[in-house]
Ligand binder design. Structure first.
Ligand SMILES: Nc1nc2c(ncn2[C@@H]2O[C@H](COP(=O)(O)OP(=O)(O)OP(=O)(O)O)[C@@H](O)[C@H]2O)c(=O)[nH]1
Ligand SMILES: Nc1nc2c(ncn2[C@@H]2O[C@H](COP(=O)(O)OP(=O)(O)OP(=O)(O)O)[C@@H](O)[C@H]2O)c(=O)[nH]1
Ligand SMILES: [Mg+2]
Ligand SMILES: [Mg+2]
Lengths: 271, 277
Protein backbone atom coordinates (compact mmCIF):
# COMPACT_ATOMS: atom_id res chain seq x y z
CA UNK A 1 0.00 0.00 0.00
CA UNK A 2 2.74 2.47 0.98
CA UNK A 3 4.68 1.76 -2.21
CA UNK A 4 1.56 2.45 -4.27
CA UNK A 5 0.92 5.69 -2.34
CA UNK A 6 4.50 6.87 -2.87
CA UNK A 7 4.15 6.27 -6.60
CA UNK A 8 0.86 8.18 -6.69
CA UNK A 9 2.44 11.04 -4.70
CA UNK A 10 5.21 11.39 -7.26
CA UNK A 11 2.76 11.20 -10.16
CA UNK A 12 0.53 13.90 -8.66
CA UNK A 13 3.45 16.24 -7.89
CA UNK A 14 4.85 15.73 -11.39
CA UNK A 15 1.35 16.62 -12.64
CA UNK A 16 1.57 19.97 -10.77
CA UNK A 17 -0.98 19.18 -8.08
CA UNK A 18 -0.34 21.49 -5.12
CA UNK A 19 1.82 19.66 -2.56
CA UNK A 20 -0.62 20.48 0.27
CA UNK A 21 -3.50 19.02 -1.74
CA UNK A 22 -1.39 15.92 -2.47
CA UNK A 23 -0.70 15.41 1.22
CA UNK A 24 -4.36 15.68 2.28
CA UNK A 25 -5.50 13.68 -0.74
CA UNK A 26 -3.19 10.73 0.01
CA UNK A 27 -4.21 10.71 3.68
CA UNK A 28 -7.86 10.41 2.66
CA UNK A 29 -7.08 7.76 0.06
CA UNK A 30 -5.15 5.70 2.57
CA UNK A 31 -8.07 5.85 5.01
CA UNK A 32 -10.60 4.88 2.36
CA UNK A 33 -8.48 2.10 0.90
CA UNK A 34 -7.97 0.56 4.34
CA UNK A 35 -11.65 0.84 5.19
CA UNK A 36 -12.92 -0.21 1.79
CA UNK A 37 -14.72 -3.46 1.13
CA UNK A 38 -12.04 -5.91 0.24
CA UNK A 39 -12.42 -7.02 -3.34
CA UNK A 40 -10.84 -10.46 -3.47
CA UNK A 41 -9.42 -10.03 -6.95
CA UNK A 42 -7.61 -6.74 -6.22
CA UNK A 43 -4.16 -6.40 -4.66
CA UNK A 44 -3.72 -3.63 -2.05
CA UNK A 45 -1.97 -1.60 -4.76
CA UNK A 46 -4.88 -2.02 -7.16
CA UNK A 47 -7.29 -1.18 -4.36
CA UNK A 48 -5.43 2.10 -3.90
CA UNK A 49 -5.65 2.97 -7.61
CA UNK A 50 -9.39 2.35 -7.58
CA UNK A 51 -9.89 4.63 -4.57
CA UNK A 52 -7.57 7.28 -6.07
CA UNK A 53 -9.57 7.38 -9.30
CA UNK A 54 -12.91 7.69 -7.50
CA UNK A 55 -11.59 10.38 -5.16
CA UNK A 56 -10.08 12.37 -8.05
CA UNK A 57 -13.29 12.30 -10.06
CA UNK A 58 -15.29 13.35 -7.01
CA UNK A 59 -12.96 16.26 -6.22
CA UNK A 60 -12.85 17.40 -9.83
CA UNK A 61 -16.52 18.22 -9.57
CA UNK A 62 -18.34 14.95 -9.97
CA UNK A 63 -21.35 16.04 -11.98
CA UNK A 64 -21.19 19.78 -11.29
CA UNK A 65 -19.76 20.63 -14.69
CA UNK A 66 -22.93 19.61 -16.46
CA UNK A 67 -25.02 22.16 -14.53
CA UNK A 68 -26.18 24.69 -17.14
CA UNK A 69 -25.01 28.31 -17.08
CA UNK A 70 -27.21 30.34 -14.75
CA UNK A 71 -29.97 32.60 -16.05
CA UNK A 72 -30.73 35.84 -14.22
CA UNK A 73 -34.30 36.56 -13.13
CA UNK A 74 -33.96 39.89 -14.94
CA UNK A 75 -32.16 39.74 -18.32
CA UNK A 76 -29.52 40.05 -19.48
CA UNK A 77 -27.53 37.39 -17.58
CA UNK A 78 -24.01 38.69 -17.17
CA UNK A 79 -21.18 36.18 -17.30
CA UNK A 80 -17.96 37.79 -16.06
CA UNK A 81 -14.64 36.17 -17.00
CA UNK A 82 -11.62 36.89 -14.80
CA UNK A 83 -8.15 35.53 -14.15
CA UNK A 84 -4.40 36.05 -14.39
CA UNK A 85 -2.70 37.64 -17.39
CA UNK A 86 -2.59 35.51 -20.54
CA UNK A 87 -4.76 32.66 -19.22
CA UNK A 88 -7.08 32.78 -22.26
CA UNK A 89 -10.06 34.94 -21.21
CA UNK A 90 -10.56 36.93 -24.43
CA UNK A 91 -10.25 33.83 -26.61
CA UNK A 92 -12.62 31.91 -24.32
CA UNK A 93 -15.26 34.65 -24.60
CA UNK A 94 -15.54 33.90 -28.33
CA UNK A 95 -15.89 30.18 -27.58
CA UNK A 96 -18.52 30.67 -24.88
CA UNK A 97 -20.47 33.09 -27.05
CA UNK A 98 -20.54 30.69 -29.97
CA UNK A 99 -21.55 27.82 -27.66
CA UNK A 100 -24.38 29.90 -26.16
CA UNK A 101 -25.59 31.05 -29.56
CA UNK A 102 -25.72 27.45 -30.78
CA UNK A 103 -27.91 26.59 -27.80
CA UNK A 104 -30.38 29.36 -28.67
CA UNK A 105 -29.15 32.24 -26.49
CA UNK A 106 -28.37 35.77 -27.73
CA UNK A 107 -25.02 36.85 -26.30
CA UNK A 108 -23.35 40.26 -26.51
CA UNK A 109 -19.58 40.44 -26.05
CA UNK A 110 -18.54 43.35 -23.83
CA UNK A 111 -14.81 44.15 -23.91
CA UNK A 112 -13.81 45.88 -20.69
CA UNK A 113 -10.02 45.40 -20.73
CA UNK A 114 -8.98 49.00 -21.20
CA UNK A 115 -5.32 48.54 -20.32
CA UNK A 116 -3.69 45.91 -22.53
CA UNK A 117 -2.62 47.31 -25.94
CA UNK A 118 -5.22 46.41 -28.61
CA UNK A 119 -7.29 44.35 -26.13
CA UNK A 120 -10.60 45.88 -27.21
CA UNK A 121 -9.68 45.31 -30.87
CA UNK A 122 -8.79 41.68 -30.07
CA UNK A 123 -12.16 41.13 -28.36
CA UNK A 124 -13.98 42.74 -31.30
CA UNK A 125 -12.12 40.52 -33.80
CA UNK A 126 -12.65 37.40 -31.69
CA UNK A 127 -16.37 38.17 -31.45
CA UNK A 128 -16.68 38.81 -35.18
CA UNK A 129 -14.73 35.64 -35.93
CA UNK A 130 -17.23 33.68 -33.83
CA UNK A 131 -20.24 35.38 -35.44
CA UNK A 132 -21.14 37.28 -32.28
CA UNK A 133 -22.45 40.76 -31.60
CA UNK A 134 -20.02 42.95 -29.68
CA UNK A 135 -20.42 46.22 -27.81
CA UNK A 136 -17.82 48.40 -29.49
CA UNK A 137 -16.35 51.49 -27.88
CA UNK A 138 -13.18 53.55 -28.07
CA UNK A 139 -11.46 51.95 -25.08
CA UNK A 140 -11.60 55.06 -22.90
CA UNK A 141 -13.40 55.61 -19.61
CA UNK A 142 -13.41 53.04 -16.83
CA UNK A 143 -14.15 49.31 -16.99
CA UNK A 144 -17.10 49.76 -14.60
CA UNK A 145 -18.66 52.50 -16.76
CA UNK A 146 -18.20 50.47 -19.95
CA UNK A 147 -19.60 47.34 -18.29
CA UNK A 148 -22.72 49.20 -17.13
CA UNK A 149 -23.14 50.72 -20.58
CA UNK A 150 -22.83 47.33 -22.26
CA UNK A 151 -25.48 45.81 -19.98
CA UNK A 152 -27.84 48.73 -20.64
CA UNK A 153 -27.24 48.32 -24.38
CA UNK A 154 -27.91 44.58 -24.14
CA UNK A 155 -31.15 45.17 -22.27
CA UNK A 156 -32.36 47.70 -24.84
CA UNK A 157 -31.49 45.51 -27.82
CA UNK A 158 -32.84 42.26 -26.40
CA UNK A 159 -29.59 40.34 -25.80
CA UNK A 160 -30.09 37.81 -23.02
CA UNK A 161 -26.41 37.26 -22.12
CA UNK A 162 -23.53 39.70 -21.70
CA UNK A 163 -20.05 38.17 -21.82
CA UNK A 164 -17.71 40.47 -19.90
CA UNK A 165 -14.05 40.27 -20.95
CA UNK A 166 -11.97 41.72 -18.12
CA UNK A 167 -8.28 42.59 -18.01
CA UNK A 168 -5.83 39.98 -16.76
CA UNK A 169 -4.72 40.89 -13.24
CA UNK A 170 -2.51 39.63 -10.43
CA UNK A 171 -4.27 38.49 -7.25
CA UNK A 172 -1.72 40.59 -5.33
CA UNK A 173 -2.59 43.79 -7.19
CA UNK A 174 -4.89 45.48 -4.64
CA UNK A 175 -6.13 48.16 -7.02
CA UNK A 176 -7.12 45.73 -9.75
CA UNK A 177 -8.69 43.28 -7.30
CA UNK A 178 -10.76 46.19 -5.92
CA UNK A 179 -11.76 46.98 -9.50
CA UNK A 180 -12.91 43.39 -10.02
CA UNK A 181 -15.06 43.60 -6.89
CA UNK A 182 -16.44 46.93 -8.15
CA UNK A 183 -17.28 45.38 -11.53
CA UNK A 184 -19.15 42.59 -9.83
CA UNK A 185 -21.11 45.03 -7.68
CA UNK A 186 -21.96 47.14 -10.73
CA UNK A 187 -23.37 44.40 -13.00
CA UNK A 188 -24.27 41.56 -10.60
CA UNK A 189 -23.09 38.64 -12.76
CA UNK A 190 -25.07 35.40 -12.83
CA UNK A 191 -21.77 33.57 -13.33
CA UNK A 192 -18.21 34.57 -12.38
CA UNK A 193 -15.87 32.28 -14.28
CA UNK A 194 -12.20 32.03 -13.32
CA UNK A 195 -10.11 31.28 -16.41
CA UNK A 196 -6.97 29.30 -15.56
CA UNK A 197 -4.13 27.97 -17.70
CA UNK A 198 -3.88 24.14 -17.51
CA UNK A 199 -0.06 24.36 -17.30
CA UNK A 200 -0.08 26.38 -14.07
CA UNK A 201 2.11 24.93 -11.32
CA UNK A 202 2.04 25.33 -7.56
CA UNK A 203 0.79 28.92 -7.83
CA UNK A 204 -2.65 27.76 -9.02
CA UNK A 205 -4.11 27.53 -5.51
CA UNK A 206 -2.68 30.87 -4.35
CA UNK A 207 -4.26 32.83 -7.20
CA UNK A 208 -7.60 30.97 -7.26
CA UNK A 209 -8.06 31.35 -3.51
CA UNK A 210 -7.27 35.06 -3.66
CA UNK A 211 -9.75 35.65 -6.50
CA UNK A 212 -12.43 33.70 -4.65
CA UNK A 213 -11.84 35.81 -1.55
CA UNK A 214 -12.75 38.96 -3.53
CA UNK A 215 -15.56 37.72 -5.81
CA UNK A 216 -17.79 34.62 -5.50
CA UNK A 217 -16.45 32.40 -8.29
CA UNK A 218 -19.14 30.14 -9.74
CA UNK A 219 -16.91 28.13 -12.04
CA UNK A 220 -13.47 27.56 -13.49
CA UNK A 221 -12.57 27.29 -17.16
CA UNK A 222 -9.34 25.41 -17.74
CA UNK A 223 -7.60 26.46 -20.97
CA UNK A 224 -4.90 25.09 -23.29
CA UNK A 225 -5.81 21.47 -22.55
CA UNK A 226 -4.82 20.70 -26.15
CA UNK A 227 -1.25 20.97 -24.85
CA UNK A 228 0.49 18.16 -22.97
CA UNK A 229 0.46 19.65 -19.47
CA UNK A 230 -0.99 17.07 -17.05
CA UNK A 231 -3.25 19.75 -15.56
CA UNK A 232 -2.92 19.06 -11.84
CA UNK A 233 -3.94 22.69 -11.27
CA UNK A 234 -7.50 21.53 -11.91
CA UNK A 235 -7.39 19.28 -8.86
CA UNK A 236 -5.69 21.87 -6.67
CA UNK A 237 -8.21 24.57 -7.49
CA UNK A 238 -11.25 22.31 -7.18
CA UNK A 239 -10.06 20.72 -3.94
CA UNK A 240 -9.11 23.93 -2.16
CA UNK A 241 -11.77 26.36 -3.40
CA UNK A 242 -14.62 23.92 -4.02
CA UNK A 243 -15.34 25.78 -7.26
CA UNK A 244 -16.19 23.26 -10.02
CA UNK A 245 -14.41 23.25 -13.37
CA UNK A 246 -17.21 23.86 -15.92
CA UNK A 247 -15.44 24.02 -19.29
CA UNK A 248 -12.21 22.97 -20.98
CA UNK A 249 -10.49 25.09 -23.64
CA UNK A 250 -8.91 22.81 -26.24
CA UNK A 251 -7.56 25.10 -28.95
CA UNK A 252 -7.45 28.64 -30.31
CA UNK A 253 -10.53 28.59 -32.57
CA UNK A 254 -14.09 29.46 -31.46
CA UNK A 255 -15.18 25.79 -31.70
CA UNK A 256 -12.44 24.66 -29.31
CA UNK A 257 -14.41 24.35 -26.08
CA UNK A 258 -16.12 21.44 -24.40
CA UNK A 259 -17.96 20.74 -21.16
CA UNK A 260 -15.42 19.64 -18.57
CA UNK A 261 -15.07 15.85 -18.19
CA UNK A 262 -13.80 14.90 -14.70
CA UNK A 263 -13.23 11.22 -15.65
CA UNK A 264 -10.94 12.12 -18.52
CA UNK A 265 -9.15 14.75 -16.43
CA UNK A 266 -8.52 12.26 -13.62
CA UNK A 267 -6.82 9.91 -16.09
CA UNK A 268 -4.76 12.75 -17.54
CA UNK A 269 -3.53 13.95 -14.15
CA UNK A 270 -2.48 10.44 -13.15
CA UNK A 271 -0.56 10.11 -16.40
CA UNK B 1 12.87 26.82 12.04
CA UNK B 2 14.47 28.43 15.12
CA UNK B 3 18.02 29.04 16.26
CA UNK B 4 19.86 25.98 17.51
CA UNK B 5 17.35 23.64 15.89
CA UNK B 6 18.92 20.38 14.73
CA UNK B 7 18.88 19.44 11.07
CA UNK B 8 16.42 16.58 11.37
CA UNK B 9 13.74 15.08 9.15
CA UNK B 10 11.16 17.63 10.26
CA UNK B 11 13.34 20.53 9.14
CA UNK B 12 14.32 18.77 5.93
CA UNK B 13 10.62 18.09 5.22
CA UNK B 14 9.85 21.78 5.66
CA UNK B 15 12.60 22.78 3.25
CA UNK B 16 11.56 20.19 0.69
CA UNK B 17 8.02 21.61 0.77
CA UNK B 18 9.39 25.12 0.26
CA UNK B 19 11.23 23.88 -2.83
CA UNK B 20 8.09 22.15 -4.13
CA UNK B 21 6.08 25.29 -3.55
CA UNK B 22 8.61 27.23 -5.67
CA UNK B 23 8.05 24.82 -8.60
CA UNK B 24 11.45 23.11 -8.47
CA UNK B 25 9.62 19.82 -8.98
CA UNK B 26 9.57 16.66 -6.83
CA UNK B 27 12.79 15.15 -8.26
CA UNK B 28 14.96 18.19 -7.67
CA UNK B 29 13.30 18.93 -4.30
CA UNK B 30 14.08 15.41 -3.09
CA UNK B 31 17.63 15.58 -4.42
CA UNK B 32 18.35 18.92 -2.74
CA UNK B 33 16.82 17.61 0.49
CA UNK B 34 19.21 14.63 0.40
CA UNK B 35 22.20 16.87 -0.38
CA UNK B 36 21.32 19.12 2.54
CA UNK B 37 20.84 16.12 4.81
CA UNK B 38 24.27 14.76 3.83
CA UNK B 39 26.00 18.07 4.47
CA UNK B 40 24.33 19.05 7.72
CA UNK B 41 22.47 16.17 9.37
CA UNK B 42 22.76 15.94 13.13
CA UNK B 43 24.48 19.31 13.43
CA UNK B 44 22.77 21.92 15.52
CA UNK B 45 22.80 24.87 13.25
CA UNK B 46 23.24 28.48 14.19
CA UNK B 47 19.81 29.31 12.87
CA UNK B 48 17.57 29.04 9.83
CA UNK B 49 19.84 31.46 7.94
CA UNK B 50 22.71 29.01 7.99
CA UNK B 51 20.64 26.15 6.58
CA UNK B 52 19.08 28.42 3.96
CA UNK B 53 22.55 29.68 3.08
CA UNK B 54 23.73 26.14 2.36
CA UNK B 55 20.57 25.41 0.37
CA UNK B 56 21.03 28.60 -1.68
CA UNK B 57 24.62 27.53 -2.43
CA UNK B 58 23.43 24.13 -3.62
CA UNK B 59 20.80 25.63 -5.94
CA UNK B 60 23.22 28.23 -7.31
CA UNK B 61 25.59 25.40 -8.20
CA UNK B 62 22.88 23.90 -10.43
CA UNK B 63 22.40 27.02 -12.53
CA UNK B 64 24.33 27.38 -15.80
CA UNK B 65 27.27 29.81 -15.69
CA UNK B 66 26.65 33.38 -16.77
CA UNK B 67 27.53 33.57 -20.45
CA UNK B 68 27.62 36.88 -22.33
CA UNK B 69 25.04 37.42 -25.04
CA UNK B 70 26.00 36.71 -28.62
CA UNK B 71 27.17 39.82 -30.45
CA UNK B 72 27.54 39.46 -34.22
CA UNK B 73 30.50 41.07 -36.00
CA UNK B 74 28.11 43.14 -38.10
CA UNK B 75 24.70 44.53 -37.14
CA UNK B 76 21.86 43.83 -36.82
CA UNK B 77 21.82 41.40 -33.94
CA UNK B 78 18.72 39.26 -34.35
CA UNK B 79 16.63 38.09 -31.40
CA UNK B 80 13.85 35.56 -32.01
CA UNK B 81 11.10 35.51 -29.34
CA UNK B 82 9.29 32.17 -28.93
CA UNK B 83 7.05 30.32 -26.51
CA UNK B 84 3.61 28.92 -25.77
CA UNK B 85 0.40 30.92 -25.90
CA UNK B 86 -0.01 33.83 -23.51
CA UNK B 87 3.44 33.55 -21.87
CA UNK B 88 4.31 37.23 -22.47
CA UNK B 89 6.30 37.24 -25.73
CA UNK B 90 4.85 40.37 -27.34
CA UNK B 91 5.07 42.34 -24.10
CA UNK B 92 8.66 41.16 -23.54
CA UNK B 93 9.62 42.13 -27.11
CA UNK B 94 8.11 45.56 -26.41
CA UNK B 95 10.12 45.89 -23.20
CA UNK B 96 13.36 44.86 -24.98
CA UNK B 97 12.70 47.40 -27.74
CA UNK B 98 12.25 50.03 -25.00
CA UNK B 99 15.40 48.93 -23.15
CA UNK B 100 17.58 49.01 -26.28
CA UNK B 101 15.97 52.28 -27.38
CA UNK B 102 16.98 53.81 -24.03
CA UNK B 103 20.53 52.56 -24.67
CA UNK B 104 20.54 54.52 -27.93
CA UNK B 105 20.31 51.46 -30.21
CA UNK B 106 18.29 51.50 -33.40
CA UNK B 107 15.63 48.78 -33.21
CA UNK B 108 13.47 47.12 -35.88
CA UNK B 109 10.60 44.88 -34.77
CA UNK B 110 9.06 42.13 -36.92
CA UNK B 111 5.37 41.65 -36.02
CA UNK B 112 5.46 38.07 -37.24
CA UNK B 113 2.39 36.77 -35.39
CA UNK B 114 0.11 36.82 -38.41
CA UNK B 115 -2.38 34.43 -36.86
CA UNK B 116 -3.91 35.73 -33.63
CA UNK B 117 -6.56 38.47 -33.48
CA UNK B 118 -4.99 41.95 -33.07
CA UNK B 119 -1.49 40.49 -32.51
CA UNK B 120 0.15 42.77 -35.06
CA UNK B 121 -1.64 45.83 -33.63
CA UNK B 122 -0.52 44.91 -30.11
CA UNK B 123 3.14 44.58 -31.21
CA UNK B 124 2.90 47.79 -33.27
CA UNK B 125 1.66 49.78 -30.25
CA UNK B 126 4.60 48.51 -28.20
CA UNK B 127 7.10 49.31 -30.96
CA UNK B 128 5.64 52.78 -31.38
CA UNK B 129 6.06 53.46 -27.63
CA UNK B 130 9.84 53.17 -27.91
CA UNK B 131 10.28 54.61 -31.38
CA UNK B 132 11.22 51.27 -32.93
CA UNK B 133 10.23 50.67 -36.53
CA UNK B 134 7.77 47.84 -37.04
CA UNK B 135 7.63 45.58 -40.10
CA UNK B 136 4.24 43.96 -40.62
CA UNK B 137 2.06 42.30 -43.22
CA UNK B 138 -1.53 41.17 -43.80
CA UNK B 139 -3.32 38.86 -41.35
CA UNK B 140 -2.79 35.28 -42.45
CA UNK B 141 0.47 36.14 -44.24
CA UNK B 142 3.41 33.72 -43.97
CA UNK B 143 5.26 34.65 -40.76
CA UNK B 144 8.56 33.60 -42.35
CA UNK B 145 7.94 36.20 -45.07
CA UNK B 146 7.44 38.90 -42.42
CA UNK B 147 10.68 37.85 -40.71
CA UNK B 148 12.46 37.92 -44.07
CA UNK B 149 11.17 41.41 -44.93
CA UNK B 150 12.13 42.65 -41.48
CA UNK B 151 15.65 41.23 -41.81
CA UNK B 152 16.00 43.02 -45.17
CA UNK B 153 14.71 46.27 -43.66
CA UNK B 154 16.97 46.01 -40.59
CA UNK B 155 20.04 45.60 -42.82
CA UNK B 156 18.98 48.40 -45.17
CA UNK B 157 18.39 50.80 -42.24
CA UNK B 158 21.66 49.78 -40.51
CA UNK B 159 19.66 48.85 -37.42
CA UNK B 160 21.52 47.59 -34.36
CA UNK B 161 18.78 45.19 -33.27
CA UNK B 162 16.08 43.12 -34.96
CA UNK B 163 13.41 41.64 -32.69
CA UNK B 164 11.17 38.95 -34.18
CA UNK B 165 7.89 38.37 -32.28
CA UNK B 166 6.20 35.07 -33.13
CA UNK B 167 2.77 33.58 -32.46
CA UNK B 168 2.20 31.55 -29.32
CA UNK B 169 2.34 27.85 -30.11
CA UNK B 170 1.99 24.63 -28.13
CA UNK B 171 5.06 22.43 -28.62
CA UNK B 172 2.99 19.30 -29.21
CA UNK B 173 1.60 20.77 -32.44
CA UNK B 174 3.98 19.62 -35.16
CA UNK B 175 2.80 21.98 -37.95
CA UNK B 176 3.35 24.97 -35.65
CA UNK B 177 6.81 23.78 -34.60
CA UNK B 178 7.67 23.18 -38.29
CA UNK B 179 6.54 26.75 -38.97
CA UNK B 180 8.90 28.02 -36.28
CA UNK B 181 11.80 26.02 -37.74
CA UNK B 182 11.05 27.63 -41.10
CA UNK B 183 11.03 31.14 -39.60
CA UNK B 184 14.47 30.48 -38.07
CA UNK B 185 15.78 29.03 -41.36
CA UNK B 186 14.57 31.98 -43.41
CA UNK B 187 16.18 34.43 -40.97
CA UNK B 188 19.48 32.51 -41.18
CA UNK B 189 19.43 32.64 -44.96
CA UNK B 190 19.04 36.41 -45.01
CA UNK B 191 21.42 37.12 -42.12
CA UNK B 192 24.16 34.49 -41.67
CA UNK B 193 24.53 33.46 -38.04
CA UNK B 194 21.06 34.71 -37.16
CA UNK B 195 19.09 34.43 -35.00
CA UNK B 196 21.91 35.33 -32.59
CA UNK B 197 19.60 34.97 -29.58
CA UNK B 198 16.50 32.81 -29.33
CA UNK B 199 14.58 33.70 -26.20
CA UNK B 200 12.06 31.20 -24.84
CA UNK B 201 9.50 33.22 -22.91
CA UNK B 202 8.09 31.20 -20.00
CA UNK B 203 5.14 32.25 -17.89
CA UNK B 204 6.54 32.30 -14.35
CA UNK B 205 3.45 30.48 -13.05
CA UNK B 206 4.08 27.44 -15.27
CA UNK B 207 4.74 24.07 -13.62
CA UNK B 208 6.58 20.99 -14.84
CA UNK B 209 5.42 21.50 -18.43
CA UNK B 210 8.00 24.30 -18.74
CA UNK B 211 10.77 21.70 -18.83
CA UNK B 212 9.07 19.92 -21.74
CA UNK B 213 8.55 23.29 -23.45
CA UNK B 214 12.27 24.04 -23.19
CA UNK B 215 13.20 20.60 -24.57
CA UNK B 216 10.82 20.78 -27.51
CA UNK B 217 11.41 24.40 -28.50
CA UNK B 218 15.17 24.01 -28.40
CA UNK B 219 14.82 21.09 -30.81
CA UNK B 220 13.46 23.35 -33.59
CA UNK B 221 15.07 26.69 -32.71
CA UNK B 222 18.06 26.34 -30.35
CA UNK B 223 17.11 28.38 -27.31
CA UNK B 224 19.94 30.59 -26.05
CA UNK B 225 18.11 32.11 -23.10
CA UNK B 226 14.93 32.10 -21.03
CA UNK B 227 12.73 34.97 -20.01
CA UNK B 228 10.67 34.28 -16.89
CA UNK B 229 7.60 36.53 -16.90
CA UNK B 230 4.97 37.51 -14.32
CA UNK B 231 7.33 37.11 -11.38
CA UNK B 232 5.68 40.21 -9.90
CA UNK B 233 3.00 37.73 -8.79
CA UNK B 234 3.50 35.00 -6.17
CA UNK B 235 5.05 32.34 -8.44
CA UNK B 236 8.81 31.88 -8.03
CA UNK B 237 9.74 30.33 -11.38
CA UNK B 238 11.66 27.37 -9.95
CA UNK B 239 11.26 25.51 -13.25
CA UNK B 240 14.28 27.45 -14.54
CA UNK B 241 16.55 25.45 -12.23
CA UNK B 242 15.54 22.12 -13.77
CA UNK B 243 15.82 23.61 -17.28
CA UNK B 244 19.22 25.12 -16.52
CA UNK B 245 20.50 21.85 -15.21
CA UNK B 246 19.11 19.58 -17.93
CA UNK B 247 19.67 21.81 -20.97
CA UNK B 248 22.22 24.36 -19.81
CA UNK B 249 19.96 27.23 -20.88
CA UNK B 250 20.40 30.36 -18.71
CA UNK B 251 17.73 32.87 -17.72
CA UNK B 252 18.44 36.22 -19.42
CA UNK B 253 15.62 38.41 -18.16
CA UNK B 254 12.79 38.43 -15.66
CA UNK B 255 9.46 40.16 -16.34
CA UNK B 256 8.01 41.93 -13.32
CA UNK B 257 5.04 43.83 -14.66
CA UNK B 258 3.17 45.11 -17.69
CA UNK B 259 4.97 48.43 -18.25
CA UNK B 260 7.91 49.09 -20.56
CA UNK B 261 10.55 49.20 -17.83
CA UNK B 262 9.28 46.10 -15.98
CA UNK B 263 12.11 43.94 -17.28
CA UNK B 264 15.10 43.02 -15.11
CA UNK B 265 18.40 41.49 -16.10
CA UNK B 266 18.59 38.05 -14.48
CA UNK B 267 20.54 38.04 -11.21
CA UNK B 268 21.16 34.46 -10.00
CA UNK B 269 21.63 35.34 -6.30
CA UNK B 270 18.44 37.38 -6.16
CA UNK B 271 16.48 34.73 -8.05
CA UNK B 272 17.59 31.95 -5.70
CA UNK B 273 16.84 34.09 -2.64
CA UNK B 274 13.37 34.66 -4.13
CA UNK B 275 12.82 30.90 -4.51
CA UNK B 276 13.16 30.44 -0.77
CA UNK B 277 11.47 33.63 0.37
N1 LIG C 1 -3.77 26.23 -27.78
C1 LIG C 1 -4.63 26.97 -27.08
N2 LIG C 1 -4.42 28.30 -27.01
C2 LIG C 1 -5.31 29.04 -26.32
C3 LIG C 1 -6.43 28.48 -25.65
N3 LIG C 1 -7.09 29.51 -25.05
C4 LIG C 1 -6.44 30.64 -25.34
N4 LIG C 1 -5.35 30.36 -26.11
C5 LIG C 1 -4.32 31.27 -26.61
O1 LIG C 1 -3.67 31.82 -25.47
C6 LIG C 1 -3.19 33.13 -25.79
C7 LIG C 1 -3.73 34.09 -24.75
O2 LIG C 1 -5.12 34.19 -24.92
P1 LIG C 1 -5.93 35.53 -24.56
O3 LIG C 1 -7.34 35.24 -24.86
O4 LIG C 1 -5.30 36.72 -25.17
O5 LIG C 1 -5.68 35.56 -22.98
P2 LIG C 1 -6.22 36.62 -21.95
O6 LIG C 1 -6.50 35.90 -20.68
O7 LIG C 1 -7.37 37.38 -22.52
O8 LIG C 1 -4.98 37.57 -21.76
P3 LIG C 1 -4.98 38.96 -20.97
O9 LIG C 1 -6.19 39.70 -21.40
O10 LIG C 1 -3.72 39.63 -21.38
O11 LIG C 1 -4.98 38.61 -19.53
C8 LIG C 1 -3.65 33.41 -27.20
O12 LIG C 1 -2.58 33.08 -28.07
C9 LIG C 1 -4.80 32.45 -27.40
O13 LIG C 1 -5.00 32.12 -28.76
C10 LIG C 1 -6.61 27.05 -25.72
O14 LIG C 1 -7.54 26.46 -25.16
N5 LIG C 1 -5.68 26.36 -26.45
N1 LIG D 1 2.06 41.04 -14.40
C1 LIG D 1 2.74 40.76 -15.52
N2 LIG D 1 2.05 40.59 -16.66
C2 LIG D 1 2.75 40.34 -17.78
C3 LIG D 1 4.16 40.20 -17.79
N3 LIG D 1 4.54 39.94 -19.07
C4 LIG D 1 3.43 39.91 -19.81
N4 LIG D 1 2.34 40.15 -19.04
C5 LIG D 1 0.93 40.19 -19.44
O1 LIG D 1 0.58 38.89 -19.89
C6 LIG D 1 -0.44 39.00 -20.89
C7 LIG D 1 0.01 38.24 -22.13
O2 LIG D 1 1.12 38.92 -22.69
P1 LIG D 1 1.44 38.85 -24.25
O3 LIG D 1 2.66 39.67 -24.47
O4 LIG D 1 0.24 39.15 -25.07
O5 LIG D 1 1.78 37.30 -24.38
P2 LIG D 1 2.14 36.52 -25.70
O6 LIG D 1 3.08 35.44 -25.32
O7 LIG D 1 2.64 37.44 -26.75
O8 LIG D 1 0.74 35.91 -26.09
P3 LIG D 1 0.36 35.20 -27.47
O9 LIG D 1 1.00 35.97 -28.57
O10 LIG D 1 -1.12 35.26 -27.52
O11 LIG D 1 0.87 33.81 -27.36
C8 LIG D 1 -0.65 40.49 -21.13
O12 LIG D 1 -1.76 40.90 -20.37
C9 LIG D 1 0.62 41.12 -20.58
O13 LIG D 1 0.45 42.45 -20.14
C10 LIG D 1 4.87 40.38 -16.54
O14 LIG D 1 6.10 40.28 -16.43
N5 LIG D 1 4.10 40.65 -15.44
MG1 LIG E 1 -7.64 39.40 -22.74
MG1 LIG F 1 2.01 37.72 -28.71
Amino acid sequence: MDAALREIRLALLEADVSFKVVRDFLARVREKALGADVIQSLTPGQQVIRVVRDELVGLLGGGAATRPLAISSRPPSVYMLCGLQGSGKTTTIGKLGRWLKKSGRHPLVAPVDLQRPAAVLQAVQVARGAGLAVYEHDGTGSPVERAREAVRHARQKGFDVVLLDTAGRLHVDEELMDELAALRAAVEPAEILYVADAMTGQDAVRSAEAFKARVPLTGVILTKLDGDARGGAALSVAAITGVPVRFAGIGEKPEAIEVFDPERMAGRILG
Amino acid sequence: ASAGRPVDDALLDELEEALLSADLGPELAAELRDRLGQRLRGEAVGGPDQVLGVLREEILALLPPRVPETRPTAPPRVTLVVGVNGSGKTTTAGKLAALWGREGRKVVVAAADTFRAAAVEQMAIWAERSGAEVVRSQPGADPAAVAFDAARAARARHADELLVDTAGRLHNKKPLMDELAKIARVIAKEIPGAPHETLLVLDGTTGRNAVIQAREFTRVAPVSGLVLTKLDGTARGGVAVAIGRELGIPVRYVGVGEAADDLLLFEAEEYVAGLLA
